[in-house]
Structure formats: structure tokens, C-alpha cells
Ligand binder design. Structure first.
Ligand SMILES: NC(=O)c1ccc[n+]([C@@H]2O[C@H](COP(=O)([O-])OP(=O)(O)OC[C@H]3O[C@@H](n4cnc5c(N)ncnc54)[C@H](OP(=O)(O)O)[C@@H]3O)[C@@H](O)[C@H]2O)c1
Length: 320
């Protein structure tokens, strides 16, 4: 697996829509303004860029985020920006804070072709095209027409193809996807995966050969906000205490420690920040300035929990 200098990329899920799955305490109850949201999202992109971030992850399912990146990146006349997008989810909440349904998943050839019509506008910055939340259940990894279409897009536009994975069986999904090939060439070279202090199941797959030469992009490094002390999760007191001690030791926030743990404990291409505002982004980016000592990494490795429990809890998180 190769790596790049700045180890933090920016995920745009939280700047693309007013509600997102997390445990945050932001007050989203004020009236939603599309124009203000676009302005604030652009400010986060600009700040990330000023601080050296060059990898931006988005998806049609993230509300306005993909269009925001089309507009923002096309104004940047330089070649170091990489945009990764996905296909497979449609945003349906219409920016309503009262929305009940937020997205619809559809892993069909028609959806791929439809969403590609927008994503193609991200060229020439578009580097990576991913199946959004590939699972065994949707059959997408067995659908020859889809795999052939992806291979065609990869060849025509020099894209890196990938999948994002979610759920307790992500290692099984990655193992299957990493072996898929079209015309004798392995199709997927990048895997966007969940890894954090709690769910470290990814460790089992990086120890074998399945991902040799592939890029790992880490998402949900802050466990959707569950790494921060919260009375609702008192069973994580040991994690809070350890992150807090390390935060004092390294003179950065607990978020930067949790992100740095992902950078230092597993070989990845980069780790995504999911910050929705400038203050959190600056705090997250401090992870670029430190390196954890071996003993500290090991002490965090000991805090992992059963992925089944992790995903059970994750499923119960609200859209905030
Ligand atoms: N493919 C998929 O299926 C999938 C799924 C999930 C995520 N992703 C990608 O991965 C990216 C990151 O994932 P994520 O956002 O779910 O995960 P995350 O980084 O684990 O969690 C982000 C949460 O942490 C909070 N946070 C960050 N910094 C903070 C700080 N300094 N103090 C307090 N709270 C802080 C954020 O709050 P604020 O919002 O207030 O900043 C947000 O609630 C997404 O943007 C997306 O690109 C992909």
C-alpha cells in the first residue's frame, strides 16, 4: 500500500446535508438556508485546502456535496487535487431537518449510468470512483454488467476504482472485492473502510496478502463522534480516559489522537476527517503534526470491541 504526505483527507458527508448520522450536539434546529449551507461548505473546503488537504471524498448521497465539489474544484487550476466520489445512493431528504427518509440505496446499472452523468463533471480532478457501501446482499459484486461498465469507465478516464464498505462483515466484503477481475485485470484498487479505536477488525485483513498493493482510505475514524466522552456511552470510559491522557501528553485534542491512531496503527493511503465546521477541521488536522509512540499505539489497540457490537450501536445512531 502506498501513502501520501498529508495523511488527512476530507469527507464531505457532513457539509453536504444538514442532517447526518452521528452523536453530535450541533444545533441544527434553526431554519435551514441553502445559500448559507453552500457558503459554509465552501469555507470548510477552502480551509482544508489552505492546510494542505488534497483528497476530498464525496457522493451523490451526500446532498449538495458533490455539486459543491464540482463548482469548487473546477475553479482550482492545478493538478494536485484528488476527488473521490461514489455511486449507489440517492439523497431524498430535500434539506429538510424534519425528513424521515434521507437516502435510497440502489445498486443497479441504471443508477450507475445516471449518477455518472453528474460525477463526470468532477474531471479532471476525479481520481477515484467507488461503489457506495458495497454489500453482499445487493449482489453488486456479482453483477457482470455493472463490473464491465466500471471497467470501461476505469479505462476511458484513467480512474482508480474502489468500494466503500460498512458493517460487521466488511472484511468478508473486502476479501471478495479485492479478488474481482475483468478481462484478467483486478478491478478495485482502493477500499474505503471503517477503522477506529473501537472497530479494529480491519487489522485481520491487512495481515494477509489480499490487500497487497491496494489503497486503504479510512472512514469513521472518530466512530461518528463516539470517541468523545458521552454519558450515553459510559461503557467506553476506559477509551475516554486513555484518549484524554494522550491528548494531554501530545497537546492536541482527543479527535487528533483518535485520527492519529488510525494513521499510525495500520498502513493506509489516508484517513478521512468528517468535520462539518472550521473549528473541528483545524482540530482534526493536528493529527498531521504528531506521531504516537509504540506503547501508546498498543494501549489503544487493546481497547477494541467486537465489531458486531460496534455496528449494532452504529445502527441505533440518529440523524442529527
Ligand atoms: N462510504 C460510506 O458508506 C461512508 C460512511 C460514513 C462516512 N463516509 C466518509 O467518511 C467521512 C468521515 O466519516 P464520518 O464523518 O462518518 O466519521 P467520523 O470522523 O468518525 O465522525 C465525525 C463526527 O465527529 C465529530 N467531530 C469531529 N471533530 C470534532 C471535534 N474536534 N470535536 C467534537 N466533535 C468532532 C463531527 O462533528 P461535527 O459534524 O460537528 O464536525 C462528527 O459528528 C465522511 O464525510 C464520508 O466522506 C463514508
Amino acid at each position: 500500500m502506498d501513502t501520501m504526505d498529508g495523511k488527512i483527507g476530507l469527507g464531505t458527508a457532513a457539509i453536504g446535508r444538514p442532517l447526518y448520522i452521528n452523536v453530535n450536539n450541533n444545533n441544527h434546529k434553526k431554519e435551514f438556508s441553502y445559500m448559507d449551507f453552500v457558503r459554509d461548505g465552501r469555507a470548510v473546503l477552502d480551509l482544508a485546502y489552505q492546510h494542505g488537504v488534497r483528497y476530498f471524498d464525496t457522493a451523490p448521497g451526500y446532498g449538495m456535496a458533490e455539486q459543491l465539489l464540482v463548482d469548487w474544484s473546477s475553479a482550482k487550476k492545478e493538478g494536485t487535487i484528488q476527488v473521490a466520489t461514489k455511486w449507489g445512493y440517492t439523497y431524498v431528504a430535500d434539506y429538510s431537518p424534519q425528513a424521515v427518509q434521507h437516502e435510497i440505496k440502489e445498486h443497479s446499472l441504471a443508477k450507475l449510468n445516471e449518477q455518472w452523468e453528474t460525477s463526470i463533471k468532477l474531471l479532471p480532478h476525479l481520481s477515484t470512483y467507488q461503489i457506495h457501501s458495497a454489500t453482499l446482499e445487493t449482489g453488486v459484486l456479482d453483477n457482470e454488467k455493472i463490473l464491465n461498465r466500471l471497467a470501461e469507465l476505469k479505462d476511458t478516464h484513467s480512474l482508480t476504482l474502489g468500494i466503500s464498505s460498512t458493517g460487521a462483515n466488511q472484511v468478508e466484503v473486502l476479501t471478495k472485492a479485492s479478488k474481482l477481475n475483468v478481462n484478467g485485470v483486478e478491478l478495485f484498487d482502493l477500499f474505503q473502510v471503517t477503522y477506529n479505536v473501537f472497530d479494529q477488525s480491519l487489522q485481520s485483513i491487512v495481515m494477509n496478502d489480499s490487500l497487497r498493493g491496494k489503497r486503504l482510505v479510512i472512514k469513521e475514524a472518530l466512530a461518528n463522534g463516539r470517541v468523545f466522552p458521552n454519558d450515553k456511552y459510559s461503557h467506553y470510559e476506559a477509551v475516554y480516559n486513555r484518549l484524554s491522557e494522550l491528548s494531554v501528553k501530545y497537546k492536541v485534542g482527543m479527535d487528533a489522537i483518535a485520527l492519529r491512531f488510525c494513521i499510525d496503527s495500520i498502513p493506509s493511503y489516508l484517513v478521512l476527517s468528517g468535520a462539518s465546521n472550521e473549528q473541528h477541521l483545524i482540530s482534526n488536522l493536528k493529527a498531521n503534526d504528531i506521531a504516537l509512540e509504540e506503547d501508546d499505539i498498543n494501549s489503544l489497540k487493546e481497547l477494541s470491541i467486537d465489531p458486531i457490537h460496534y455496528w449494532y450501536e452504529r445502527k441505533k445512531l440518529d440523524w442529527n
